[in-house]
Write a protein that binds this ligand. Structure first.
Ligand SMILES: [Zn+2]
Length: 437
C-alpha cells in the first residue's frame, strides 16, 4: 500500500539546504518513491492508498543507535554513582547472572518501546543472552537492528569454542533476516577480556562470513593502563600489531582514550567508532576525541550504551550531548555543528551498522523515518530545523515512527508492541530477579 504525506517539511539530502520547507513524499512498497516540493497532483492523491496531512510536522530520517545492550534494561537505576570496577563486579554482574529468558525478554521489550518512542528505527545489540529470541521479537516489532552474540574470552578453550560456535550460528541464521531488517556482526567483548588467540579465531570467522566485528575499545584509563601492563601496547596498537585491523571491518564502541597516532590507525584501517558520550560521562570514563577523529575522516555513529550507564535510550538527548560536550571541552563552539550531529545519528550510523539504503530520506531508499511535531513553544520560531532537532527538540515531540514504510508508532500510539503489558512485566521481572540476589 502506498502512503502520501503532504504539507510537510522534509529533511532530505537531495536538497543542498537539507530541507524541503513545504512538500510531500510518496512511499510505496516500503521505499521512498518521490520526495518533492509543493503540492501533490490530483492523480497522486487519488492513487495513494493513504493520504496524511503533515501540517506543522517534519519528516526526518529515523535515528540509528550504534551501541547498546537492550538485554540490560531492567538494570536502569539499579546502581549508580559507583567506581566502574565496583559497579560492575558488585552490582551489574550479580544481577545479570540471574537474568533468565523471561526477564531478558521483558528488558528488551522495554528497550524497544523506549527506542521507538524516541525516534530510533535502527539499533545495535551486543549481548550474550537469548539472542535468537530477541531477533524473533525484533522481527515481530518491525524494527531494524544489527545483532551479535557478545563473547568474553576469560574462560577455558572449550568454553571459548562453544561461545564462538554459538555466535557464528546466530550470525548465519539471522543475517539479512526479517526481510533484511536484521544484519549481524561478530563481537569479542573487548581486548582486555579476550586473549589474542581467541580474537584471532573470531577474526577468521568474520572473514569467512564477510561480517564486521564490533568491540568495546579503550573505554577507561584504567583498562588501557592494565592492558599496557599485560600486553605492552595500547589495546588498538595491540590489535594492529596482531594484524587484525587489516583483515576485517571494525566498529569500536567508546574509543575514549586514544591519542593522535591511534586516530591515524582508525583512519588508515577505516575502523568506525560508536560515540557514547552520556555513558562515558556517567561512568566517569572521559570524553572521546571525536572532533579530532572527524577531522581525520574516521566515521562516527552515536550510541547510548545500556540504560544501566546512561540511563535512557533517548537518541535525541544523546545527539545533543554529542554536539555540546566537544564544544565545552575544547572551548570551541564551532565543533560538531547540528548538521554533523544529525549525520552521525542517522546516515553514518546506518552505514556503520551496514544497513544499505537507510539513514537518509532519499528516492529509492528504505522508508525509515520519524515525524516531529513542531508545535511546542520550545520549537518556535519553527524555522532553523536542524538547530531545533539537536538543540531544542524533546523526544516527546516525535509523533510517528516508520520502518520499511510501515508504522511502528502513529500519533504517539505504538502499533506493534503492547506498551502497558511490557511496562508491567518489566516491573514484575525486576522485582523477581532482585529477590534472587
Ligand atoms: Zn557497551
Amino acid at each position: 500500500m502506498s502512503i502520501l504525506i503532504h504539507t510537510v517539511s522534509i529533511r532530505t539530502d537531495e536538497k543542498s539546504s537539507n530541507w524541503i520547507e513545504d512538500g510531500y513524499i510518496i512511499i510505496n512498497e516500503g521505499v521512498f518513491k518521490k520526495i518533492a516540493d509543493g503540492k501533490p497532483s490530483e492523480k497522486e492523491l487519488t492513487e495513494a492508498g493513504e493520504v496524511i496531512n503533515g501540517r506543522g510536522k517534519w519528516v526526518c530520517p529515523g535515528l540509528v543507535n550504534t551501541h547498546g545492550h537492550a538485554g540490560m534494561s531492567l538494570l536502569r537505576g539499579y546502581s549508580d554513582d559507583l567506581p566502574l570496577d565496583q559497579w560492575l563486579k558488585e552490582k551489574m554482574w550479580p544481577f545479570e547472572g540471574k537474568l533468565d529468558l523471561e526477564a531478558t525478554k521483558a528488558a528488551r521489550g522495554l528497550a524497544m518501546v523506549e527506542m521507538i518512542r524516541s525516534g530510533t528505527t535502527t539499533f545495535l545489540e551486543m549481548y550474550h543472552l537469548f539472542m535468537h529470541e530477541f531477533a524473533q521479537d525484533i522481527t515481530d516489532a518491525g524494527m531494524r537492528a544489527t545483532l551479535m552474540r557478545s563473547m568474553i574470552g576469560l574462560c577455558s578453550k572449550e568454553e571459548q569454542k562453544e561461545k564462538l560456535l554459538e555466535a557464528v550460528e546466530f550470525a548465519k541464521t539471522w543475517h539479512k533476516g526479517a526481510d533484511s531488517r536484521i544484519q549481524t556482526m561478530l563481537a569479542p567483548h573487548a581486548p582486555y577480556t579476550c586473549p589474542p588467540e581467541f580474537i584471532e579465531m573470531i577474526v577468521e570467522e568474520a572473514i569467512k562470513l564477510d561480517l564486521p566485528i564490533h568491540m568495546h575499545l579503550a573505554e577507561t584509563r584504567k583498562e588501557v593502563r592494565e592492558h599496557i601492563q599485560q600486553y605492552h601496547h595500547h589495546p588498538l596498537e595491540h590489535l594492529e600489531k596482531l594484524g587484525f585491523l587489516n583483515e576485517a571491518r571494525w566498529l569500536f564502541a567508546h574509543g575514549v582514550h586514544l591519542n593522535e597516532e591511534h586516530i591515524d590507525l582508525l583512519a588508515e584501517y577505516k575502523a568506525g567508532i560508536s560515540h557514547n558520550p552520556i555513558s562515558n560521562l556517567k561512568l566517569g570514563s572521559g570524553v572521546a576525541p571525536i572532533a579530532e577523529m572527524l577531522q581525520k575522516g574516521v566515521e562516527i555513529g552515536i550510541g547510548t550504551d545500556s540504560v544501566a550507564s546512561n540511563n535512557t535510550l533517548d537518541m535525541i538527548e544523546e545527539m545533543r550531548m554529542a554536539a555540546f560536550i566537544h564544544k565545552g571541552i575544547a572551548e570551541d563552539p564551532i565543533l560538531i555543528p547540528a548538521e554533523v550531529a544529525i549525520k552521525m545519528a542517522t546516515k553514518n550510523g546506518a552505514q556503520l551498522l551496514e544497513h544499505d539504503k537507510t539513514g537518509e530520506i532519499k528516492t529509492g531508499y528504505k522508508a525509515d523515518f520519524m515525524i516531529i511535531d513542531s508545535h511546542g513553544a520550545h520549537m518556535q520560531p519553527a524555522s532553523n530545523r536542524d538547530s531545533h532537532i539537536v538543540y531544542a527538540a524533546k523526544s516527546s515531540d516525535i509523533t510517528d515512527v516508520y520502518v520499511d514504510g510501515l508504522p511502528l508508532m502513529r500519533n504517539k500510539e505504538l502499533l506493534t508492541l503492547d506498551e502497558e503489558k511490557i511496562k508491567f512485566e518489566a516491573n514484575e521481572h525486576y522485582q523477581r530477579v532482585r529477590s534472587y540476589i
